[in-house]
Design a protein around this ligand. Structure first.
Ligand SMILES: NC(=O)c1ccc[n+]([C@@H]2O[C@H](COP(=O)([O-])OP(=O)(O)OC[C@H]3O[C@@H](n4cnc5c(N)ncnc54)[C@H](O)[C@@H]3O)[C@@H](O)[C@H]2O)c1
Length: 311
C-alpha cells in the first residue's frame, strides 16, 4: 500500500484531527465537508492542532510548516477523492449519511483505494452494502483526538477482505499508532462498548446519590486511569493476584465482583433525570473554565503523556 495523498471527508471534530495527524506524518491531505464553512473551520482547527504538536515538541518547525502547506480544502467531493490512495470518512454517525458518502466514494475512486470510516460504533456490513467494491471498505475508528491518541480500531464488515485489514494494520503501525483488529464486528467496537458500560455505572453512581459527578471522575482519572494509560484491565488484575496471578485473583476477589455486579445498573436508556444532573455536575467540575481552555489543557497533558509512554 503506497499512500501519498489522503482524502478526509467530513471535517468536524474528528476529521480535522485526522487531517492534522496525517499531515503531521508527511501525507498530502485533501479536506472536504458538505458545508464549506465547516470545512474552513475544520481546516483552522487542524492548523491549530499542528501548532500544538509543534509547541509540544512533537513536530519540528520545518515539519509543521510542511504539514500546514500539505493540508488543503476542496469544495467539490469529486476533487477530494481524486488522486488519493486512502479515504478517511468522518461524517455524521448515521447509516443513511455514511451510505450516501460510501456510494459516491466507491463510484469515484479506483478499486484499490481503501475506504475507511471513523464510525464510533456502526457496522461496516451495513455501510458496504451500497458499494461495488466492499472488499476495500473497513472501519478505522480513532479515539478523540486522533492526532494525539494512538488507538485505532480496525473492524471488517462481512465483505471486507483480510488483505485490507492487514494492509491498514501495517500502515497504522508504521505511523506509530496502536491498531487493534476485531475478529468480528459489534456495535461500539471494543473501546466504546467498554466506555458505555463504564459510563452507565458512572452515571448510576451519581443518580443513586453515592458520589458527585466530580468525584466519580476523580475516582477514575486519579486511580485506574493512571494505569489504563499503559495497561489493560486483564493484565492489571493479573498483577492484582500477586504470585498467583489471574487465577488467584479470580478465586480470591471474583466472588466480591459477583456481589457488586448484582447491585449495578442494567438500564439500556439513559434515565430522563440524568441529563440535567450530568450537565450541572460537569459545569461544577469545570468551575467556569471554557471549552477551549479545557481542550487546550487536555491536549497539553496528552502531549506530555504521549512523550512518556510512546516517545
Ligand atoms: N467526536 C468523537 O469523540 C468521535 C470519536 C471517534 C469517532 N467519531 C466518529 O467520527 C465521525 C464524525 O464525528 P464528529 O464528532 O467529528 O462529528 P462532527 O459533527 O463534529 O462532524 C461531522 C462533519 O461531517 C459533515 N458532513 C455531514 N454529512 C456530510 C456529507 N454527506 N459529506 C461530507 N461531510 C458531511 C458535517 O458537516 C460535519 O462537519 C462519526 O462517525 C463519529 O462516530 C467521533
Amino acid at each position: 500500500m503506497d499512500v501519498q495523498s489522503i482524502g478526509v471527508i467530513g471535517t468536524g471534530v474528528i476529521g480535522s484531527s485526522w487531517a492534522a495527524f496525517y499531515a503531521s506524518r508527511g501525507f498530502k491531505v485533501k479536506m472536504y465537508d458538505v458545508d464549506p464553512s465547516f470545512c474552513q473551520k475544520g481546516h483552522r482547527r487542524a492548523m491549530d492542532h499542528i501548532g500544538a504538536l509543534r509547541l509540544g515538541g512533537l513536530l519540528s518547525e520545518k515539519a509543521a510548516k510542511k504539514a500546514i502547506s500539505d493540508m488543503t480544502t476542496v469544495n467539490d467531493f469529486d476533487e477530494a477523492v481524486k488522486d488519493i490512495q486512502l479515504v478517511q470518512e468522518s461524517v455524521a454517525e448515521s447509516y443513511e449519511i455514511k451510505q450516501q458518502v460510501f456510494k459516491i466514494m466507491d463510484a469515484e475512486t479506483p478499486p484499490d483505494v481503501i475506504l475507511a470510516s471513523s464510525s464510533s460504533g456502526l457496522l461496516m456490513t451495513e455501510i458496504q452494502k451500497v458499494t461495488r467494491h466492499p472488499e476495500r471498505c473497513l472501519i478505522a475508528h480513532p479515539f478523540n483526538p486522533p492526532h494525539l491518541i494512538p488507538l485505532v480500531e480496525l473492524v471488517p464488515g462481512e465483505r471486507t477482505e483480510d488483505h485490507t485489514i492487514c494492509e491498514m494494520k501495517r500502515f497504522f503501525e508504521g505511523l506509530g499508532k496502536v491498531p487493534v483488529v476485531l475478529k468480528k464486528e459489534a456495535p461500539g467496537h471494543i473501546a466504546n462498548r467498554l466506555a458505555a458500560a463504564l459510563w452507565r455505572e458512572a452515571t448510576d453512581i451519581v443518580l443513586k446519590g453515592i458520589a458527585s459527578v466530580e468525584d466519580v471522575d476523580k475516582a477514575l482519572f486519579a486511580g485506574p486511569g493512571i494505569r489504563w494509560a499503559f495497561m489493560g484491565q486483564h493484565l492489571i488484575y493479573h498483577l492484582g493476584g500477586g504470585e498467583g496471578g489471574m487465577e488467584h485473583f479470580i478465586d480470591h476477589i471474583g466472588p466480591a465482583f459477583e456481589d457488586w455486579w448484582k447491585s449495578m445498573a442494567t438500564w439500556t436508556s439513559l434515565p430522563p433525570e440524568a441529563k440535567n444532573i450530568l450537565v450541572e455536575g460537569v459545569e461544577e467540575e469545570l468551575r467556569g473554565k471554557s471549552l477551549t481552555e479545557v481542550t487546550q489543557w487536555r491536549d497539553e497533558k496528552l502531549i506530555r503523556l504521549w512523550k512518556v509512554i510512546y516517545g
